[in-house]
Design a protein around this ligand. Sequence first.
Ligand code: PHE
Ligand code: ZN
Length: 861
Amino acid sequence: MSAEALSRPFKRLADYLPPAFSIESTDLTFELDPVNTVVTAELQIRRLDSKVVELCLQGQQLELLSVQYKGHLLSADDYQLDDKSLRLTVQDDRFSLVIKTRLQPQANTALEGLYYANNTFCTQCEAEGFQRITYYLDRPDVLSLFSSSLIADPQQYPFLLSNGNKVEQRELTDGRRLVRWQDPFPKPCYLFALVAGDFDTLSSEYQTASGRTVQLEFYVEKGQGSKASFALESLKRAMRWDEERFGLEYDLERYMVVAVDFFNMGAMENKGLNVFNSKYVLVSEASATDKDFFNVESIIGHEYFHNWTGNRVTCRDWFQLSLKEGLTVFRDQEFSRDMGSATVNRIDAVQVIRTAQFAEDASPMAHPIRPEQVMEMNNFYTVTVYDKGAEVIRMLHTLLGEAGFQAGMRLYFQRHDGQAVTCDDFVQAMQDANQQDLTAFRRWYQQSGTPVLSVKRSYDADRRQLTLTLQQKTPPTADQAQKQPLVLPIRYQLLGSKRSSSELFVMTSAQASLTFDNVEATALPVVLEDFSAPVRLQHDYSDAELLRIATEASNGFARWDALQSCWLGWLQQAVAKGESYELPEGLFDFYQQLLHQPLTDLALTAELLKVPDYAVFAENFSPIPVDAILDAITDFRRQLSQRLAGAWLHCYQQQRQTTPDYHETNVGQRALKNRCLEFLALLPECNKTVLEQQYRNANTMTDQLAALKAAQQGGYPGFHTLMEDFGKAWQHDVLVLDKWFGLHASNPDPAVFAQIEALCQHDKFSWQNPNRVRAVFHAFTMLNPGQFHRLDGRGYALLTDTVIQLDGINPQVAARLVTPLLSWKRFDTERQSLLRAALERLADRAGISDDVFEKVSKALA
Ligand code: PHE
Ligand code: ZN
């Protein structure tokens, strides 16, 4: 392994050099055919640095047919070709290159570059997929004017789409059709896209604030047209929202969204032509859950918002990915918050940070939001770059306020529209627009790891003075030993005092203190409202104090968060004792109250009534006591269901009737009802009637799926019959089948291994389809900790075999799946040796992809 490791290089931010050539225009012609597509790329190139004589274009998986330099055909001696590049010596400052390449889209199972699946041609160029289409300067700081001609059989592929404006369409003498597109905005090649196929279409118009009309067009699989209307309406809401909140308007005459079932990620913001994973476009009340509707709206928003934060201003290099992703996630979170329950939105975002992102910081893959070295860029589309990146933007927003932040945004666009820039350029615009020194704040971009913020209280009764002592410390991470103090905006409230409103304290050093004069001994500080900084909070609050915050705090997030602290404390006690821990009376009283008198925000009520998941608890331990956590969770749920049996039923019945549409009140009602159902299902006497009735009478997928999940969790004997029924009823809808696959794979019984084997034989399962693979294996590794972490190693072996099989098909998806194996050092010695063996098996495999190799070798280092 070590010899191989040496031969696989990292790219480093420190090595960045500006491009020596620019590509002024890029004209592409595609003669589309599943097994033999010919691409002609006509490039107008200008030399920027006259000392440079070698032009090195990247290219992978290409068959080079010909190269013309200034109209002259080159012979093989005129250039150097290897499996990663095409190099030629150039004497001119301006010249044209015409490069012909041949591709086999159907054989492209990596789904990067141009691929063919489900009778559709589709491209995916971010991050470095364009070099699988033609030889090019495949880097985001090379901006070019693109035009493209797509040629294909119009019977099979009636729609031929690409970026920008459609400027020509004609039938060729051989019966093929040619459609030509021109994008007026210069762009890096990662934003290029083409799609060719047959679709149902859904279209509409949008009037921008300045009065222009934009055509909105959705292209989805035949027969699915009606399921795109929610996405279309979401797009209009996103466009309006961005005008109102950020003053940003759309800039082309046409905005197209294509939904495909074969896609590596969620969606892609190609200029004027977004390509979406169909699961983030196609929803109906019968087939999609409220969570699915939420995701559609937020991802539609996300891709739309990229048009300004990502496309009009893009990244200088891929180390700056958070420039567009952190900022755009922040924007989509703000949009979602305005569309639904603001508090629950914040809770969900924080859960992502506390579970996945904190885990990443504690793993061998730890990196700052602006990474400094990368082997395979696809491995850095991470929760750190995206979600922690968004938290960093959110902190800037907290520090500068809405007006200051918007002033910074305006300056950012004024300076950088049409450019490829860095995270530093963004912070500089914020700094200059606000005349605030953000030097220390910039550490957030270079430092990885999760700061621990500890809060100690002392009360001086004579002076009636309360002092808070704050300390921050970031433990070392796999990539960085030394850490510096960070700028932490801390929002707080003092309960039981006159100063009851929320205030901001900005901590800039390792230690700080805050004093409150003239307060009662009972005054209680609520720290880190709305999770105003992405830190782990340590405090010494008692259960009674936390429950007081949970009932009295004005900040909804803080109420929920106080309860989270309680749960963690109780779980730690249960784990330490190694036996049942009796939940305190205060909790039962609080829950009883909530169940009889829910808060106005029903979705928040449902969140408050939840026992945290395994992943939330696990993140707080090292080593992680897998079995003890699972036992304690089961025991907590049992105690709650039994002690509050009547109250769960009462509340369930109160909320039973819901209108199917996706609207905030209905969503909240369903969330609360289904929380109650989860606990009712643990009571043997309630099982049959309640579960069966809800399953049979459900008027939404949310309710039907909740009944199935509750039946599974509650060990309901009729569960398998319901699953069979569900599987038959939804044969025709792969997106629903994915839910069914996932439920099977999260079965906490050893029978799950045989079930997974059977699922992989299912005629709708395909190793080529990332959605199918993830449905099964994401559920198995993330939602089935008991079986995945079995002490006989069977779970780890299954995942390892799967990663190996998948790596030959789609390395990106394989590398995402491998993540749960990486954190081997966080388990007990038995599991450690099993996990290590699994990692070694992967590292030793000949021909393992860079994607998997980068992660595995870091884990073993
Ligand atoms: N840029 C996409 C987004 O965040 C994500 C993506 C990355 C999609 C790489 C495909 C490939 O919206
Ligand atoms: Zn994005």
